[in-house]
Write a protein of this length. Structure first.
Length: 181
């Protein structure tokens, strides 16, 4: 259970695949945890259903102010534009890296592995992702597998990855298990 734990959800100001934000968010809340939305700008972020604008969500903290030490775990939702933006933002990349440096669990779905690659935290790890990211992961030193969910514990932290929205049930359960460990 994530009872009493605070989990960061890092997203760009726009481009996050909404269901990959909202389903893990609900899972954290249902498990007794507190999700917090972290972004590169204050205000609101714009969710997307594939390429169509969806709902807006209030940002709790920006990466300028947020510290990994204040959180018990990290969720990186996907979407194509979301991680592509995050990997170009040094403070967002540093924020992600800090979770690995401190041994805290991280869960990433779909294209979110691009941000992990930029943070240089996938070398020697086994991951899954949206299929088009597999070459990027392999080039960054990871082992890519085509599975619904992968839980890699072969380093200082637990890394949970999934491929796509269809994998959300397994992804959410594995993330909650990792955050509660």
């Amino acid at each position: 259970m994530t009872e009493g734990k605070t989990i960061a959800f890092l997203v760009a100001p726009e481009g996050v695949e909404q269901v990959e934000l909202t389903e893990p968010w609900k899972a954290v809340k249902q498990a007794g945890g507190t999700p917090k939305l972290v972004s590169t700008r204050p205000g609101q972020i714009q969710g997307f259903n594939h390429l169509d604008k969806a709902d807006k969500f209030a940002v709790d903290e920006t990466v300028d102010d947020a510290e990994a030490a204040s959180f018990d775990g990290l969720v990186l939702p996907g979407g194509v534009a979301n991680p592509d933006h995050l990997r170009t933002q040094p403070k967002a990349v540093q924020f992600v890296r800090a979770f690995f440096d401190s041994g805290k669990p991280v869960a990433a779905i779909c294209h979110a592995s691009w941000t992990l690659i930029e943070a240089d935290v996938v070398r020697g790890r086994t991951l899954t992702s949206w299929p088009s990211v597999q070459t990027d992961l392999r080039n960054a030193g990871a082992t890519w597998v085509d599975q619904e969910v992968v839980v890699d514990t072969d380093a200082s932290n637990t890394l949970v990855t999934s491929r796509k929205p269809d994998d959300l049930k397994a992804f959410c359960q594995a993330a909650i298990d990792a955050f509660g460990a």
